[in-house]
Design a protein around this ligand. Structure first.
Ligand code: AMP
Length: 625
């Protein structure tokens, strides 16, 4: 048996170590820790200084500026200023290309096609190294505030982050010099911040509504006897307060006859209006009216917004979040009235219309929004860090996996092994077999998602079980076990049970880094990975073709009477063509030719089978006599 770990190693933690709680947000990031003096979680920094905008500016000398200083560059140098990088973490160019136009900077595919990159000053950066820059700045800030070196952290992610995105977050932490003890779902952290469940007599069902700048999550939590259990999660990785800003920009454009496409071309003007729209939104959280003048394109524009108009503009966006809430309730098999408490998280829940809409949906007069919605996730992360440090042994956290995990079976179908919303940690397994006689290797491709065809799901990685002893198709028993740990990290075991084959299996996550690779340039690693993968795929195809040729020749010569001369000739021609192609490296052509050979020999195989069945039946009759 061989074990494949997709994640990087976990470290152990000494009780005295300070562990930071980090909310690595789409718009803003925060750090918190539990103050040993009073046991309370607190955010580091004073007032406005608590928030570090998740913005990275890169100058011509490739020097980085993070936070407020970088945010200011959004206006003057938008093409060198990266915001919302969290949307790109662990994503491929294809994943985000639909939204590429809404980023003020230049997105490019990477060579390995598995990770979107950002091009600035002619140099390519990946989202992991940029996120690592933000984390480094947070680490430094904490070290300055606390006067000691910090090396451990808990980082939060949206509940909808898939394994690649969680892994990318871990890697970013590692690149920043942090040992990431756990990746925690943001809603879970938020409920901890409200202290819900810390009192063991709390038996409640909670809905955590988290509307940030870029993402929306709804989580239904059940808290019983001090145990947190996530009943269901739902959300939308492309809905948030940024969309409110965009809706305002579009509204102003239509009111003032500004061509939105032309505006998007002028990155500086676009950013100016985008930031003004955000200011309008924030103002309308406690004022009925917003008004401001702005100059661009040698003109002066007077932008206004009434709260009633704003509500109409954002109504469809808020409705999208409510739809997710209904689905989460359905997944949890709960009705509105079974929800005891609602927790509001994320800067966008400061918009009163959002709060009112949520109250209406859940038919509640009251929601929990007493804590600063920007801070709750970081505070909860700090409490989780405290739990992991062993300071709160009485609390146990259970979580669920947001998407199904499975492998590809014949015909490109998704075969789910761990269904979505399974409580983690969870182990599950299934037995598979070979499809060809004498098959000595089996490629196992691991996917995540809910669609029937794997092509529509996200590939996490693949590996090959080699050295299966030659057996007729269907005889090998290949046991595949999935183990999902509390961080949502997947380990896979594969064993051929009949032979007890023990061999080393390699997994090639589509994207992902080993310990050794983390320090290297990610781009290079991925470029090689693709080459390696292509070579391996070619080798596998050739092996398969050679096996088939061997079987065909064997059958051809040992069953001459079953084939007509014409059939023999066509088969030999097809074999010859395939043998020649196997000398080259055109995998597609080999596959095509292999398919042709299989097609030609299929009727022959069927005839052979009929004959075998005939013999078997005769045998049975004789036995019965
Ligand atoms: P988060 O991702 O949780 O940091 O949330 C950031 C989002 O909250 C951004 O879209 C902000 O524009 C938005 N936000 C911050 N303050 C307010 C406010 N007072 N009213 C409405 N939205 C706000």
């Amino acid at each position: 048996m061989a074990r494949i770990k997709i994640n990087i190693k976990e470290g152990t933690i000494k009780r005295s170590d300070k562990v930071l709680g980090i909310d690595l947000g789409t718009t803003n990031s925060l750090i918190a820790f539990v103050n040993p003096a009073n046991g309370q979680a607190e955010c580091l920094g004073q007032d406005d200084d608590k928030i570090v905008p998740s913005v990275v500016y890169i100058d011509a000398l490739q020097q980085f500026q993070i936070g407020h200083a970088a945010k200011n560059k959004l206006i003057t140098e938008p093409d060198k200023t990266v915001y919302s990088v969290k949307r790109l973490l662990g994503r491929s160019f294809t994943d985000v290309s639909e939204h590429a136009g809404s980023f003020g900077y230049h997105l490019v595919p990477d060579m390995g096609k598995s990770m979107v990159n950002i091009e600035i000053n002619g140099k390519v950066y990946n989202p992991i190294e940029l996120s690592a820059q933000i984390l480094k700045a947070l680490k430094l800030k904490a070290e300055n505030a606390l006067g000691e070196t910090i090396s451990k952290a808990v980082i939060t992610v949206p509940a909808y982050f898939n394994d690649s995105q969680r892994q990318a977050t871990r890697d970013a932490g590692k690149l920043a010099g942090l040992e990431v003890l756990r990746i925690v779902n943001e809603p879970t952290a938020a409920s901890l911040a409200y202290g819900i469940g810390l009192d063991k007599s709390d038996n409640k069902t909670i809905a955590v509504y988290d509307l940030g700048g870029g993402t929306f999550d709804i989580t239904i939590l059940q808290i019983q006897n001090g145990v947190f259990e996530v009943l269901s999660t739902n959300g939308d990785t492309y809905t948030g307060g940024d969309d409110f800003d965009r809706a305002i920009v579009q509204h102003w454009c239509s009111v003032h006859g500004i061509d939105i496409n032309q505006l998007e071309q002028d990155k500086i003007a676009y950013q100016n209006i985008r930031l003004l729209a955000e200011k309008a939104k924030i103002t309308l959280s406690d004022h009925p009216h917003f008004e401001a003048s702005i100059q661009f394109w040698d003109r002066s524009f007077d932008f206004q917004l009434e709260v009633s108009t704003f509500q109409k503009l954002i109504q469809p966006i808020v409705e999208k979040t409510l739809k997710c809430c209904r689905l989460a309730l359905k997944d949890a098999e709960l009705e509105h009235e079974q929800i005891d408490e609602i927790v509001m998280v994320g800067g966008s829940t400061r918009t009163p219309f959002v709060v009112e809409s949520v109250k209406r949906l859940f038919r509640k007069d009251h929601v929990n929004n007493s804590l600063n919605p920007d801070e709750v996730v970081a505070l909860g992360a700090a409490i989780e860090a405290d739990i992991l440090a062993g300071n709160r042994k009485d609390i146990l956290l259970l979580d669920v996996t947001p998407l199904s995990l499975g492998i590809e079976t014949m015909g490109g179908l998704m075969d789910t092994i761990i269904p979505r919303n399974s409580k983690v940690p969870v182990n599950a397994g299934r037995q598979y077999t070979t499809s060809k006689d004498g098959q000595h290797s089996l490629r196992i491709s691991v996917y995540q998602g809910e669609r029937e065809m794997v092509a529509d799901n996200r590939k996490l990685g693949e590996f090959t079980l080699n050295d299966i002893p030659a057996m007729p198709a269907g005889l090998p028993k290949i046991d595949i076990k999935f183990m999902l740990d509390a961080d949502g990290i997947l380990s896979i075991d594969a064993t051929e049970l009949r032979s007890g084959v023990k061999q080393s299996i390699q997994i090639k996550p589509q994207y992902g880094l080993t310990d050794e690779e983390v320090e290297q340039m990610l781009l290079m690693a991925m470029t090689n990975a693709e080459q390696d993968m292509n070579r391996r795929q070619l080798a596998e195809t050739v092996t398969e073709a050679e096996q088939t040729i061997y079987q065909c020749k064997k059958l051809l010569y040992s069953n001459q009477t079953l084939l007509s001369e014409e059939e023999k000739e066509t088969t030999l021609q097809a074999i010859d063509e395939l043998e020649k192609l196997c000398q080259g490296n055109d995998r597609e052509a080999i596959n095509h030719s292999l398919e042709r050979l299989n097609h030609i020999t299929r009727p022959f195989a069927e005839r052979l089978m009929d004959e075998a069945i005939g013999k078997a039946l005769t045998g049975k009759k004789l036995d019965a006599l």
